[in-house]
Design a protein around this ligand. Sequence first.
Ligand code: 5GP
Ligand code: ZN
Length: 114
Amino acid sequence: MSDCIFCKIIERKLPAKIVYEDGVALAFEDINPQAPVHTLIIPKKHIPTILDLKEEDNNLMTHLLTIAKRVAKDKGIAEKGFRIVTNCNPESGQAVYHIHFHVLGGRHMNWPPG
Ligand code: 5GP
Ligand code: ZN
């Protein structure tokens, strides 16, 4: 999608610190990290929110979780603990309408989240 920041990152029209890429997904560092580790995992397919997911996206979303696991292991936060977050719609704080998982770790996480 032409006006989507994350699609622009996928197309290399915007710079990002990419840590993983394959044919259907991308992982890159969040520009405004909220923890020592804050990596975003996105599908290359433009899907605005969790509400837009279709049955055919099931494998893709599971694949994103597998990448999140890999990022957590690579960054050394897997054993201590980490959090995977996805926001949906304004009240959650979603700012970019291209589905993404936040992988957060490297510090203690509070519960409930803010
Ligand atoms: P949301 O609030 O939609 O769940 O999360 C969007 C995330 O994308 C935020 O954590 C924000 O810091 C990050 N972000 C927004 N614009 C950019 C950008 O241009 N580059 C990168 N790397 N991250 C971005
Ligand atoms: Zn997009």
